[in-house]
Design a protein around this ligand. Structure first.
Ligand SMILES: [Zn+2]
Length: 294
């Protein structure tokens, strides 16, 4: 299988992005792996600290490894939003391909100091592992927010991005460019969409030259996704959209079969619904023609 670094370089050359989908159970993992397989594109499976605590770090790594061995397309594993070196080391030792070391809540100087230390420590465990660092404010939970959040504060500037990348030695940068974790109720209902600062993405790419990830992609306007990828985004994270599909289809499946207790009779429609969402996102992120048009 190709390495994640090779897959990112290939995506950059082709003007497409790799889809990253968070999982917290086997339903989501089966759906994501099947979506990538159906479209014949690489995919990154993500698990945040909370998701890893729930499933087990080693259990996730073993599951993804088993899917990878049966898959025709690369399936990578990322330790999403990791807030301590101990948790990052645990994931590196378990065989994760990448780690998002997220100290973006700390002051810039402290974020730089600790991220630099983490890059050194984690590469000592696995020299091929990719470390993603984060600056700026993109919110926390991938959930449904009651109130709209002001995204104009905490945006990443090209100057601080350049300083952060050079001082830390990170492989991938996660900037704040109008993106936000989670979705508002109006976004779930399809009445509102997130809008990205495309010029800022292009300026940060020019200043840093490193691969970049767009976090909090759920609920983003399709055209903005295309333009963001053309401007230098290489990985796009989708979590809440899958969680919404998971919950809605689970409720629907349970209500259609009120007396049913057999999980493998209740859950297949849930996998199918989540897979459909993943396929539609992967199709958009991997659409070369769409990027050329944008
Ligand atoms: Zn994120």
């Amino acid at each position: 299988m190709q390495t994640l670094r090779e897959a990112i370089n290939q995506a950059q050359q082709r003007g497409v992005a790799i889809g990253h989908f968070n999982i917290s159970d086997l339903i989501l993992l089966k759906a994501v792996a099947a979506a990538a397989q159906e479209l014949s594109v690489p995919v990154i499976v993500g698990a945040s600290q909370g998701e890893r605590d729930f499933m087990g770090v080693h259990q996730i790594a073993a599951l993804v490894k088993s899917f990878r061995e049966e898959s025709d397309v690369p399936i990578f594993l990322n330790a999403d939003h990791t807030h301590s070196l101990a948790k990052a080391e645990e994931a590196a030792k378990a065989g994760f391909d990448a780690i998002v070391f997220d100290l973006s809540a700390l002051p810039m100087e402290e974020n730089i100091r600790q991220t630099k230390e983490a890059v050194t420590a984690l590469k000592a465990i696995n020299p091929a592992i990719l470390i993603e660092g984060e600056i700026g404010d993109i919110g926390t939970g991938s959930e449904i927010h009651e109130t709209t959040i002001d995204l104009s504060k905490g945006l990443t500037t090209p100057e601080e991005a350049k300083q952060f990348v050079e001082a830390t030695g990170i492989d991938i940068l996660a900037p704040a460019v109008g993106n936000m974790h989670g979705m508002s109720g109006s976004m779930v209902r399809g009445e509102a969409r997130k809008h990205l600062d495309i010029n800022r993405i292009a300026d940060i790419k020019k200043a840093t030259g490193v691969p970049m990830t767009l976090h909090g992609g759920s609920g983003t306007n399709d055209e903005h996704f295309r333009k963001a990828i053309a401007a230098g985004i290489n990985i796009v994270h989708i979590n809440t959209e899958l969680r919404v599909a998971w919950r809605q289809s689970l409720e629907s499946s349970l209500s259609k079969k009120p007396g049913e207790v057999v999980p493998y009779k209740i859950l297949p429609p849930v996998i199918e619904s989540v897979k459909e969402v993943a396929i539609s996102r992967l199709r958009l992120f991997n659409s070369v023609e769409a990027v050329a048009r944008a």
